[in-house]
Design a binder for this molecule. Structure first.
Ligand code: CO
Length: 134
């Protein structure tokens, strides 16, 4: 059920400035900033031929990435996102296999207008994993 690597997310204090470096130094294609209030982040995407880099910055006081940035003031890799063909089937299999799904377990709509879920980093070698329906 594990599909393509959709993106690698890097948490920063200023997503637009962070992405600009990719736009100039790597001549990469960068998106406009998209606020995702339900996720507590603003996102800017850098498009690569085989995947994307997602820069995320905190939005609002209860942003889930605020603590991460307290610990990593210069920014850092925050999560990886894998595509799955059926997010509900994937979730149910993951839970059966002992993985913990964060939040209430119900998919939310992510940056690409598709349902996403996050999985506990302790169950995946210390890396926060996002799954997105492909
Ligand atoms: Co993401």
């Amino acid at each position: 059920m594990l599909g393509r690597l959709n993106h690698v997310a890097i948490a920063v204090k200023d997503a637009v400035s962070a992405a600009k470096i990719y736009g100039s130094a790597f001549q990469a294609e960068i998106s406009d900033a998209v606020p995702l209030p339900e996720h507590g982040v603003i996102t800017v995407f850098v498009t690569l031929p085989n995947t994307k880099i997602e820069f995320i910055q905190p939005l609002g006081e209860a942003s889930p990435i605020a603590k991460f940035l307290d610990r990593n003031a210069d920014g850092g890799i925050h999560h990886v996102c894998y595509e799955v063909p059926d997010i509900i089937a994937a979730r149910d299999t993951l839970i059966k296999e002992g993985a913990r799904v964060l939040g209430d377990g119900q998919p939310k709509i992510g940056a690409h207008g598709k349902p996403v879920l996050f999985l506990h980093p302790k169950d995946f070698s210390g890396a926060l994993v996002e799954i997105e329906q492909s």
